[in-house]
Design a protein around this ligand. Structure first.
Ligand code: ZN
Ligand code: FE
Length: 243
């Protein structure tokens, strides 16, 4: 497994996912967001990994609630959005989008994806063909527009759809089956969507995650990613808010 990144996924809280990325060469271990300290610590210690970094996507408590405890326990660096000061507990490496940093030898590209919050960022790791998209995109869905505009979210989703088709998208919540019901109201005749939903139902019936999804599947099935304008995206988002 030399020169490879291992990615681990585990459920946290009600419907969040925790993710670890481990670089075998350097021993660095990253937690994407910090939904639940105990689960993150357990996932590390099961593998004899020591947490060295946190990469936050946005400031909501289900994404940053464990920052300070983990920083105290492991002395981690904390990367995260810096555009709104004071929002990310323990932030040591503020990001604004457009940066590239490295995990061992592996490039990590940071994109600003406002919409759900104004300061949301996502992390794209080409060597792992993976992107950690927080609450910007969900399988068959997208984040609620708490702070940003539909124009913001439209251009943020475009950034995700521009990643290669085989990019795995690690979204922060298991919302797929409830998003599926809404997606069917938008495109009742989409056969790719129907196939996607039956696979997702099988996985959930076995207690398995539907995350990660891929850029290719979302481009075929996700009504928010398929919107052809910011105004259409806004209409779909508004309909979903009251669905
Ligand atoms: Zn959120
Ligand atoms: Fe969240």
């Amino acid at each position: 497994m030399s020169n490879q990144l291992e990615i681990v996924l585990f459920p946290c809280l009600n419907d969040n996912y925790g993710f670890l990325i481990h670089d075998n060469d350097t021993g660095e271990t990253v937690s994407i967001d910090t939904p639940e300290v105990d689960k993150i610590v357990a996932a590390c210690s099961e593998r004899a990994w020591s947490l060295t970094q946190i990469w936050n996507t946005h400031h909501h408590a289900d994404h940053t609630g464990g920052n300070l405890d983990l920083k105290e326990k492991f002395d981690t660096k904390i990367y995260g959005p810096g555009s709104v000061k004071g929002r990310i507990p323990g932030l040591s490496h503020p990001l604004f989008g457009g940066e590239t940093f490295r995990l061992g030898t592996h490039a990590v590209h940071v994109f600003s994806t406002p919409g759900h919050t104004v300061d949301h960022v996502i992390y794209y790791v080409p060597d792992a063909k993976s992107a950690f998209v927080g609450d910007t995109l969900f399988a068959l869905g997208c984040g609620r527009l708490f702070e940003g505009s539909k124009e913001d979210m439209y251009s943020s989703l475009k950034k995700i759809s521009n990643f290669p088709d085989d990019t795995k998208l690690y979204c922060a919540h298991e919302y797929t089956l409830s998003n599926a019901e809404f997606a069917l109201t938008v495109e009742p005749a989409n056969d790719d969507l129907k196939n996607y939903i039956s696979k997702a139902k099988e996985l959930r019936a076995l207690g398995l995650p539907t995350v990660p999804t891929t850029v290719a599947s979302e481009k075929k099935c996700n009504p928010f990613l398929r919107a052809i304008s910011a105004s259409q995206l806004g209409e779909i988002r508004a309909a979903k808010d009251v669905f």
